[in-house]
Write a protein that binds this ligand. Structure first.
Ligand SMILES: *[C@@H]1O[C@H](CO)[C@@H](O)[C@H](O)[C@H]1NC(C)=O
Ligand SMILES: *[C@@H]1O[C@H](CO)[C@@H](O)[C@H](O)[C@H]1NC(C)=O
Ligand SMILES: *[C@@H]1O[C@H](CO)[C@@H](O)[C@H](O)[C@H]1NC(C)=O
Ligand SMILES: *[C@@H]1O[C@H](CO)[C@@H](O)[C@H](O)[C@H]1NC(C)=O
Length: 456
């Protein structure tokens, strides 16, 4: 088939019903809660901890991640789907292209794999031996022959209706606009979840893409990641597949990797255990974006800087059917936040006004791209404004330190928000130390400030 994306809506209702028969069987059906360790590449806890990096090195990496991600969203043209025959997933790059990795144990015997956590895509896939073309990775590639619980999905399985059958093999293939791609067998494996007492729960027969041909331009042989964990609501995503087990709910709390004193991992949590800490939980409904029905869009109404509202017209961030622009996406795969051009100008203006009384700040023209606003500042300048996103029914207030990246060496700081022409999205940098709960059946995004370094 030439366009998976256009096919999925047609068959998804049928498939969702059929998938319930295919779902894993659990060794303990009442277990409805588990968490997976979530690590940042730059964490000392990461097996490929690169050692201390300078602020510049870090920032440059973050910016590359964000820009490559955004280049995907920019190229979407709602009026000409045929221009993207195979495109169905946001691009995710590796060496410079990810932020948070999920540690997962699969197969029999157990094999640990690290997957990019991606709320902006659906299908989970892993590199598999034998490779026709695999991108380099640090650890041995998963070998299905060595696993007693690996199964290929047969062509007559309802899952294979999403894919194509070639020589009795159910094959998947996704292309990315910039040339990256993944291709392989539709397969299933057992996932092992360890609880805090070290006991395992097995989730059997979880669908995944077993890739024998993947290309990620930026991967190198120090890359830890071996695939992607898709967390959107696509009928084939991890969430949809394990739905009844995890109540179609998950949560995360992203640690700030630049605060190197803290333990730099947290947990991706599923089911009842949302890591809920009490406090003022805010809730806003997810909204449907016609082009991306499985992604997590919310309705942004207005923005405040230091409690001063910018009073955007109410439809500023709404999806515009005539142009295909607009919408506000929650995206763990982007580091920077992006705000649509015209709204961005107004936001930047207000932030400049906020800083104008501080005569010891000097606006710099030498901002790391794509940011447009940065300042030379005395060491320890403490007076960053809060930013508030006013969503439908909820206010998300971002602490000043989560909107500005501070470089102590260079004595400067830079706004972690950049302008974008098509749509707006909340990146990981502004999500630090806020617990986000994605409750799909209730169609609600909930969030509450939290100390993610204390996540357990
Ligand atoms: C299954 O989980 C429940 C609740 O956590 C627990 O009470 C029960 O002992 C478990 N059963 C088995 C067989 O592990
Ligand atoms: C749509 O994209 C195709 C392939 O790039 C191109 O040939 C065609 O002219 C485009 N159609 C429109 C209306 O832009
Ligand atoms: C990784 O690649 C570099 C350059 O190709 C090579 O010099 C190095 O030996 C490789 N490292 C490993 C562990 O294979
Ligand atoms: C959000 O903040 C505004 C003030 O800017 C306030 O009027 C409104 O009640 C708040 N909404 C919620 C749900 O707290």
């Amino acid at each position: 088939m030439d366009s998976l994306q256009s096919l999925i809506p047609l068959v998804s209702i049928l498939l969702l019903v059929l998938l319930s028969d295919l779902q894993f069987t659990s060794s303990n059906k009442t277990a409805t809660t588990f968490s997976l360790k979530l690590i940042h590449r730059d964490s000392p806890d990461s097996p490929i901890y690169p050692g201390p990096m300078t602020f510049r090195e870090r920032v440059e990496r973050y910016r590359k991640i964000s820009e490559s991600r955004v280049s995907y969203w920019k190229q979407i043209n709602i009026h000409n789907r045929t221009a993207q025959p195979n495109m169905m997933r946001p691009r995710v790059t590796t060496a410079d292209g990810y932020t948070y990795l999920v540690e997962l144990e699969i197969g029999d015997p157990l094999k640990t794999v690290y997957l990019i956590m991606d709320t902006g895509s659906g299908v989970t896939w892993i590199q598999c031996l034998p490779c026709q073309l695999c991108f380099p990775q640090k650890f041995d590639i998963y070998d299905p022959k060595n696993s007693k619980t690996f199964k290929k999905i047969p062509c007559n399985s309802p899952i294979c209706k999403f894919f194509k059958c070639v020589d009795q093999q159910c094959l998947y293939s996704f292309g990315y606009l910039d040339g990256d791609s993944t291709e392989g067998y539709a397969a299933s494996e057992t996932i092992h979840i360890k609880d805090e007492k070290g006991r395992y729960t097995d989730i059997k027969d979880v669908f995944f893409g077993c890739s024998f041909k993947s290309y990620l331009a930026t991967a190198d042989n120090s890359s830890l990641e071996t695939g992607i964990m898709g967390l959107d609501t696509d009928p084939l995503s991890f969430i949809s597949q394990t739905g009844s087990f995890i109540l179609r709910r998950f949560s995360y709390c992203l640690v700030d990797p630049t605060k190197s004193e803290t333990p730099l991992f947290s947990y991706l949590k599923f089911g009842y255990d949302m890591g809920f800490i009490g406090g003022a939980v805010q809730k806003t409904p997810f909204t449907k974006h016609p082009e991306f029905p499985y992604e997590y869009f919310v309705n942004l109404l207005d923005i405040s800087v230091d409690n001063k509202r910018l009073n955007f017209p109410p439809d500023t961030f709404k999806f515009k059917p005539d142009t295909g622009d607009g919408g506000f996406l929650i995206d763990s795969g982007t580091v920077l936040t992006y705000i649509q051009d015209t709204a961005y100008s107004k936001l930047e203006e207000e932030i400049v006004r906020y800083f104008s009384p501080y005569k010891n700040l000097v606006r710099s023209q030498d901002c790391p791209a794509p940011s447009k606003l940065c300042y030379d500042a005395p060491l320890g300048f403490p007076l960053f404004p809060t930013l508030t996103y006013h969503f439908q029914g909820a206010n998300l207030t971002i602490a000043g330190e989560n909107s500005f990246e501070v470089d102590d060496e260079e004595k400067s700081f830079v706004l972690s928000i950049a302008p974008q022409s098509r749509l707006s999205m909340l990146g990981a940098y502004q999500q630090h130390n806020i617990r986000f709960i994605f409750d799909i059946d209730s169609n609600v995004l909930a969030f509450v400030p939290d100390d993610c370094s204390k996540d357990d």
